[in-house]
Design a protein around this ligand. Structure first.
Ligand SMILES: Nc1ncnc2c1ncn2[C@@H]1O[C@H](COP(=O)(O)OP(=O)(O)OP(=O)(O)O)[C@@H](O)[C@H]1O
Length: 336
């Protein structure tokens, strides 16, 4: 993963790859299901992935195991079998908690029966150290454009509501940063404490950045002013929606991957829009299903700030000015 900020460039190519944005920190193009390298399917003993595929997975033969490129954190492979393909990610150093959280998120989104999401099948530890997740393999293809993505995402937000408030049944990670999701009745408290507040503290601890921290604290105190006349229902969010986590299946239907799910204000879903390349067709389709709320434009930076702070904390000072620009704008807007 590139560790420094470079200029964000993007293009939108209808009919081929619907979203292709060079995210400063992450990889430029991640969709790559057609890698030519094929690993031999070796008959490993005590391999829990193979055991699950040949057991509950219903396969009697593993035909090929091919690496899938694109991810930064984990190793990914396609297991081709006589009953179809499985997608497997392994991590040699981290225990199953990270993949368990991913599976809970994928499962929650899958159950909304709205936008296409790979169905999680199994998570477990690897012998000795590490963990794996097995999920439905999706053959990617060309997107039909962003309209369907906007509509389906909005449908997921509309259907996936929580009666427990804001939060999620499990904590997860945003990039490599922990993301805490305790159930909270009030959105502004949740976003203030567990999203912005958490990242601000991290920046202060890591970089002794008192300027960012103090401005951030002021914003937390007054950000409720940005929410006048807004109705906020806890909606199921993907949580890390950037171009690298959006694809299309071979019929052209949108697919979203690799989530950092929680129940939150639907507008927070656009916090990574600076790395997503969403155009007007996306937003128009989205707002037809989930109407735009008063003050939407005033809150877009508030939701970007969480992800900019996270990038600052993960990748360093290249992202600091994105954070301070937003903080300074709110200081002026709210006269703080
Ligand atoms: N269910 C799936 N079926 C087929 N290919 C998939 C599937 N899920 C992900 N992929 C492909 O595998 C690549 C790696 O997956 P993913 O992004 O989840 O890995 P990761 O290492 O966990 O990611 P990150 O580095 O963003 O945390 C993706 O870029 C995508 O191209």
């Amino acid at each position: 993963m590139a560790m420094q900020a470079v200029t964000l460039s993007s293009y939108y190519a209808l009919g081929h790859i619907s979203l292709q944005v060079v995210c400063p920190c992450r990889r430029a193009v991640r969709r790559n299901n057609n890698r030519p390298f094929i690993m031999a399917a070796s008959p490993l003993q005590g391999d829990p992935v193979r055991e699950w595929i040949m057991g509950e997975g219903g396969a009697s033969k593993i035909l090929k195991i091919s690496p899938v490129g694109g991810g930064c954190v984990n190793n990914a492979s396609q297991y081709q079998t006589d009953v179809g393909s499985f997608f497997v990610k392994t991590n040699r150093s981290i225990g199953p908690a990270m993949f368990e959280a991913e599976a809970v998120g994928l499962d929650a989104m899958h159950k909304t029966n709205t936008i296409r999401v790979p169905k999680p099948l199994k998570v477990g530890p690897l012998p000795g150290r590490g963990s794996y997740i097995i999920m439905e393999f999706i053959q990617f293809g060309a997107s039909r454009g962003q309209t369907e993505l906007g509509r389906k995402l909005a449908e997921m937000h509309k259907v996936g509501v929580s009666e427990k408030g804001f939060g999620f049944p499990v904590d997860n990670t945003i990039g490599s940063t922990p993301q805490q999701n305790p159930w909270t009745d009030d959105w502004i408290s949740f976003y203030g404490e567990h999203r912005l507040g958490f990242q601000l503290k991290l920046a202060q601890q890591q970089y002794r950045d008192n300027d960012v921290y103090m401005k951030g604290q002021k914003l937390l105190q007054y950000m409720h002013l940005l929410f006048k006349d807004v109705e906020i229902t806890p909606c199921l969010l993907h949580g890390d929606l950037w171009s690298g986590n959006v694809a299309a299946d071979k019929e052209g239907n949108p697919v979203i991957l690799d989530p950092a799910c929680y129940y939150g204000h639907n507008e927070a879903e656009f916090g990574m829009s600076w790395c997503a390349g969403f155009g007007s067709s996306f937003y128009n389709a989205y707002f037809e299903v989930m109407p735009k709320q008063p003050g939407f434009e005033q809150r877009t930076d508030l939701y970007k700030l969480y992800h900019y702070l996270n990038h600052y904390n993960m990748f360093g000072s290249g992202y600091r000015s994105s954070c301070t620009d937003i903080l300074d704008r709110y200081m002026r807007l709210l006269k703080l």
